[in-house]
Design a protein around this ligand. Structure first.
Ligand code: GLU
Length: 303
């Protein structure tokens, strides 16, 4: 496995230079584009890393999986699924148009509108939603080192006009309970969580392992909830590139504009790759390539 991922890293790095680092906020535009890390955590206990796997990066939309888990625990699935759909959107992740035409019911929890409703579900029920979220991420990843990059969080808030527009529209449509300012503050901070590939592979292992924590075996999710989250990742986890990703890789996964992608091989592994250059849809270019190579070489996929 170690020599396999070292070789994959070398080959995936060949596409670096053909994408573009996220530049919608200055704090992300400065990240060196040649970084590449990959970590694999196995349900049987093995762990393999290569490249910059122990360097922290901005997890951005990958955080939406953690907030979804926390919201499901907080208000329950019946209440949450009345407010957010479970269908791919076929639209840009930060689109307002669909929200307007579909009367404030976001298509899924991973586009920004859906994620903002999910964050609201937590914010409306907690005086410190982000502390609660950090607690969950620390429990899942087994490390206390997880933190918020405050420079990124401030940058998100300063440039978050489109997210503010989405939140206000949701409020006017009756699908936000907490104050818009409080929901946005929590949303920007969740996007700014910093983690390494190793942390993320560990934190996502419960989704590959029927809900069990990577180290202690503690049950963090029911097998049914883990299965359902994986299903949502497969259909909605890669922005508007989800179909092509399923075609090339064939695994449930979640990406973020920080260049991270976490993929699940049910019953076997959680894999995190990080490479900051993105394709035109916002998914890591070398990260997608690495996962495609991994799935092909190991013949592991959900199909
Ligand atoms: N902070 C980003 C936004 O809300 C997250 C985007 C992402 O990773 O998809 O626009």
């Amino acid at each position: 496995m170690q020599s396999l991922i070292d070789e994959i890293a070398e080959r995936a790095r060949e596409v670096i230079g053909r994408g573009k680092v996220a530049d919608y906020i200055p704090a992300l535009a400065q990240i060196p584009s040649r970084k590449f890390g990959m970590a694999i955590c196995g349900v049987e206990g093995g762990e393999y890393v290569t490249g910059d796997a122990d360097e922290t990066f901005s997890i951005q939309s990958i955080s939406k999986v953690f907030t979804l888990i926390l919201a499901l625990q907080t208000i329950g699935s019946t209440a949450l699924w009345k407010r957010v759909g479970r269908e791919p959107s076929g639209n840009a992740f930060n689109s307002l148009v669909q929200l307007e035409s579909e009367q404030g019911l976001p298509r899924n929890p991973f586009i920004n509108a859906g994620a903002i409703v999910v964050t609201d579900a937590i914010t409306a029920h907690s005086v410190s939603p982000i502390l609660q979220l950090l607690g969950l991420v620390r429990r899942f990843s087994g490390t206390e080192q997880i933190y918020i990059d405050e420079v990124v969080a401030r940058s998100e808030a300063e440039h978050g006009h489109r997210n503010a527009a989405i939140a206000h529209l949701l409020k006017s449509q009756g699908n936000l309970k907490a104050r818009v300012e409080d929901v946005l503050a929590a949303y920007y901070r969740q996007c700014a969580i910093a983690m390494t590939c190793r942390d993320l592979a560990r934190a996502f292992l419960p989704l590959a392992n029927g809900g069990k924590q990577y180290e202690t075996g503690e049950k963090l999710l029911t097998p049914l909830r883990a299965k359902r989250i994986n299903s949502l990742l497969l259909t909605c986890g890669l922005y508007d590139g989800v179909g092509n990703f399923a075609f090339r890789v064939g695994l449930p996964a979640k990406s973020g504009v920080g260049g991270g992608i976490v993929a699940i091989i049910p019953g076997k592994y959680a894999i995190c790759v990080w490479s900051p250059e993105l394709d035109e849809l916002g998914n890591s270019l070398a990260g997608t390539r690495a996962l495609e190579l991994f799935a092909r070489k190991t013949r592991l996929s959900v199909f």
